[in-house]
Design a protein around this ligand. Structure first.
Ligand SMILES: O=C(O)c1cc(=O)[nH]c(=O)n1[C@@H]1O[C@H](COP(=O)(O)O)[C@@H](O)[C@H]1O
Length: 232
């Protein structure tokens, strides 16, 4: 399966987003709208970006009691979105409720369970009382999400080959924590890989924000990432 690129549109204003979207139209298919833009502009902005021809990954990382998450999924279902995130650490019942609501309201929506954030390492997990390695915790949460009916996960590319051995063949693995060769370090991402290595490991999609958004030439950065994916 080829690996596709998702742009994380993590910018403060729609005025800043507009030229980026204009330049990248036709270069990539998927745009992720996350907490920063959704909090500022809400559902109308999701519709506006979809109207520009992009597929939308709405990254709200839902995490609440089962009923509340299920109702949020129902409220979001009318939006033109192809992917939506929730935290797998919300547990089996929360994920089961959410999946049921998604199947009833938007069957073609890919509900993604976020396993262990790519910004976390073993030390960060230990501070939360989780004394196993990030890989073990991803394995546990990935299995729980799959058992709860989810068909997609968010994880680091470092865990993809391990998950592919244990989970159903069709599972979609979406991996942030992507840093092109030579761009690693100096920020909050801890469990990282290059685009090509993530694709070779078996990622279904990679999510990339700052390496494109902060590049001098976002189009050139996007093309370099796509070329790295294509060579995988
Ligand atoms: O759910 C996500 O998309 C996500 C999960 C995760 O574990 N790590 C992670 O970085 N993300 C998102 O992926 C994007 C990564 O952005 P950059 O680090 O700038 O490439 C951000 O929008 C994060 O919110």
């Amino acid at each position: 399966m080829p690996c596709d690129l998702i742009l994380a549109l993590d910018v403060p204003t729609r005025e800043e987003a507009a030229p980026i979207l204009r330049q990248l139209r036709g270069e990539l298919r998927w745009v992720k709208i996350g907490l920063q833009m959704f909090t500022a502009y809400g559902p109308d902005y999701v519709k506006a970006v979809a109207d520009e021809g992009f597929n939308i990954f709405l990254d709200l990382k839902l995490h609440d009691i089962p009923n509340t998450v299920a109702k949020a999924v129902e409220s979001l279902a009318p939006l033109p979105i192809g992917m939506l995130t929730l935290h797998a650490s919300g547990g089996r019942e929360m994920m089961t409720y959410a999946r049921k609501a998604q199947l009833a309201s938007k069957p073609d929506l890919l509900l993604l369970g976020v396993t262990v954030l790519t910004s976390m390492d073993a030390t960060g997990l230990c501070e939360l009382g989780v004394s196993v390695s990030p890989e073990s915790q991803v394995s546990r949460l990935g299995q729980l999400a799959s058992d709860s009916g989810l068909t997609g996960l968010v994880c680091s590319p470092l865990e993809v080959s391990m998950l592919r051995k244990h989970l159903p063949a069709g599972i979609q693995l979406v991996t942030p924590g992507i840093r092109p060769a030579g761009e690693a370090g100096g920020d909050d991402q801890k469990r990282i890989m290059t685009p090509g290595d993530a694709a070779r490991a078996g990622s279904s999609y990679i999510v990339v924000g700052r390496p494109i958004l902060k590049a001098k030439d976002p189009v050139a950065a996007t093309r370099a990432i796509l070329a790295d994916l294509a060579s995988a």
